[in-house]
Design a protein around this ligand. Structure first.
Ligand SMILES: NC(=O)C1=CN([C@@H]2O[C@H](COP(=O)(O)OP(=O)(O)OC[C@H]3O[C@@H](n4cnc5c(N)ncnc54)[C@H](OP(=O)(O)O)[C@@H]3O)[C@@H](O)[C@H]2O)C=CC1
Ligand SMILES: O=C1O[C@H](COP(=O)(O)O)[C@@H](O)[C@H](O)[C@H]1O
Length: 523
């Protein structure tokens, strides 16, 4: 129970109890209509909160995905009034002024420290007062930590100690949402998990990896297990190699100070790309129950041996075409060797995948922004047609972004009188196939899942452990400066050594593939 020492403050807080003046019925929420939901955004004054958390909440609110009895309370150390918070958030929110105002009316702010008790007591008083007004209703409290992980233990201790007093109404719950990075290596991640685990059981912890909230990542599960044609192909007999690629066409843009202590392997590969790998390679789960799915992800991740140094290429971007190099960023320490590019090949030691290279590639300041999965099949044996048989390979590409698409490169007869071959494609372009359909961003989906209590797209502790186990030895070598970091110009495809690694993985690039936008002249 909260202890509030100052009665005057308590009555003020009670008077200012917020709620959304939403008239929209929450018909498709999938949770109790009566739920009194309070979302606490800890770290509300920060970047993540204003860039991602609040806009995602506004999206859910605007589209009727939040229950009617909902309030959003920001909490952070910065002294700010409710109105100042609203002014700060306003430019980040979308929609008409009326809609934005409606959302912001339900957003209030409490300031307090993360390590003391006073702020948490104030917050607890607000929560309890609000829930008392809705006596008899089940209450949900979503504690969203938009904060650096270094303060998670303090914040969770404060929340647990002072803000754990839920009314005893059936269906009431408390959930804690945390953001990566979850540690710097296996040991520090385990220590953090241990500390949080003492305060909140796994069932209450929602670890966000926002790639799991992307449309095409969730689609992977369906493509793999709802289609008959994928099942017989999805193994070492048919698949030659797999590439999972993340590319950004911009550098650290002033975030270099943060990035420099992590590097691209911790920033993108250990989490997002390994999660994609698990979704791509796991066995079919018993059911779509979150734990059945996560059990399978853990199993496949545990079959992956730690990354070997000879299977790694690292890079760091340098200035080119008036674009600054990584170390030109004033927030980056001079002479830093932190990789902004990495390509790593891993192998899955199980019956399905033994010997198939999975190349995980991530880089900043490259030639394009793109995230995709490329499954390259083996060449057809005894190729009786003209052309280079090695290069005539089927490829299934799942493009996560930009512009979601799935295409299968297919060998066809080149139209005409001769029997000649060409590579064409079966092409599912989401913009064309689903015109006008808005594909929601990852954050609204994941926040909605956490409100619904669905942990399917959140990282379980044993998954996290398995992912760190794959990357930790190589990270220690990188940290020790024991691996070469190749320079690559800003805006290029990365260091050429990465293409050599890809070639060693058996990838064959077919230079004859000639893609035309729909409607343009074809072969
Ligand atoms: N629905 C749609 O929108 C469709 C679009 N297309 C488009 O057609 C174009 C060609 O498609 P696709 O063949 O799949 O993709 P790309 O030609 O872009 O790339 C194919 C693969 O080859 C690699 N690669 C590229 N250049 C080299 C190189 N010089 N040496 C070694 N490897 C290289 C790429 O790596 P890396 O990514 O690291 O450069 C990637 O793994 C793309 O722009 C694609 O978006 C095709 C079909 C459908
Ligand atoms: O987690 C991170 O992801 C972003 C890329 O996310 P996306 O949804 O825009 O693809 C990346 O820029 C950032 O460095 C990393 O920390």
């Amino acid at each position: 129970m909260a202890v509030l020492t100052d009665d005057r403050k308590a009555s003020q807080l009670l008077e200012s109890e917020p709620s959304f003046p939403s008239t929209r019925d929450c018909w498709h929420c999938g949770f109790e209509r009566d739920l009194c939901l309070t979302i606490v955004v800890a770290g509300a004054s920060g970047d993540l909160a204003s860039k991602k958390t609040y806009p995602a909440l506004q999206f859910l609110h605007h589209n009727g995905f939040l229950p009617r009895k909902v309030a959003i309370i920001g909490y952070a150390r910065t002294q700010m009034s409710d109105e100042q918070l609203r002014t700060k958030l306003r430019p980040r929110l979308k929609g008409s002024e009326k809609e934005v105002d409606k959302f912001l009316e339900g957003c209030t702010y409490v300031s307090g420290s993360y390590d003391g008790s006073e702020g948490w007591q104030k917050l607890a008083a607000v929560l309890e007062a609000r829930e008392a007004k809705h006596r008899g209703c089940p209450c949900g409290r979503l504690y969203y930590l938009a904060l650096p992980p270094s303060v998670y233990p303090q914040v969770c201790t404060g929340l647990k100690t002072y803000c754990d007093g839920l009314p005893s109404v059936e269906g009431s719950w408390i959930r804690v949402v945390v953001e990566k990075p979850f540690g710097l290596d296996l040991q520090s991640s385990e220590e953090l998990a241990e500390e949080l685990g003492k305060l909140y059981p796994e069932s209450q912890l929602y670890r966000i990896d926002h790639y799991l909230g992307k449309e095409m990542v969730q689609n992977l599960f369906v493509i793999r297990f709802a289609n008959m044609f994928t099942a017989p192909l999805w193994n070492r007999n048919c698949i030659s190699n797999v590439q999972i690629t993340f590319k950004e066409d911009f550098g650290t843009q002033g975030r270099g100070g943060y990035f420099d202590s992590f590097g691209i392997v911790r920033d993108v590969i250990q989490n997002h790309l390994i999660q994609l790998l698990a979704m791509l390679a796991m066995e079919k789960p018993l059911s779509i129950h979150p734990d059945d799915l996560r059990d399978e992800k853990v199993k496949v991740l545990r079959c992956i041996k730690p990354v070997q140094p000879h299977n790694v290429v690292l890079g760091q971007y340098t200035a080119a075409d008036a674009q600054p190099g990584y170390t030109d960023d004033p927030t980056v320490p001079a002479g830093s060797k932190t990789p902004t590019f990495a390509s790593v090949t891993v192998f899955i030691d199980n019956d399905r995948w033994a010997g198939v290279p999975f190349v995980l590639k991530a880089g900043k300041a490259l030639n394009e922004r793109k995230a995709e999965i490329r499954v390259q099949l083996r060449s057809t044996p005894h190729f009786v047609f003209n052309g280079e048989p090695e290069a005539m390979r089927n490829e299934l590409v799942v493009r996560l972004q930009p512009d979601e698409a799935i295409y299968l490169k297919l060998i066809v007869k080149k139209p005409g009188l001769e029997i000649d071959t060409a590579i064409s494609e079966l092409d599912l372009d989401y913009r064309q196939r689903y015109p006008g359909v808005v594909i929601p961003d990852a954050y609204p989906r994941l926040i909605l899942d956490s409100i619904r209590g669905d942990q399917q797209h959140f990282v379980r502790r044993d998954e996290l452990r398995a992912a760190w186990a794959i990357c930790t030895p190589i990270l220690h070598l990188i940290d020790a400066g024991a691996l070469p970091v190749h320079p690559y110009p800003y805006g290029s495809r990365g260091p050429p050594e990465a293409d050599e690694l890809l070639a060693r993985a058996g990838f064959v690039k077919n230079s004859r593939y000639d893609w035309h936008e729909a409607g343009a002249a074809r072969l």
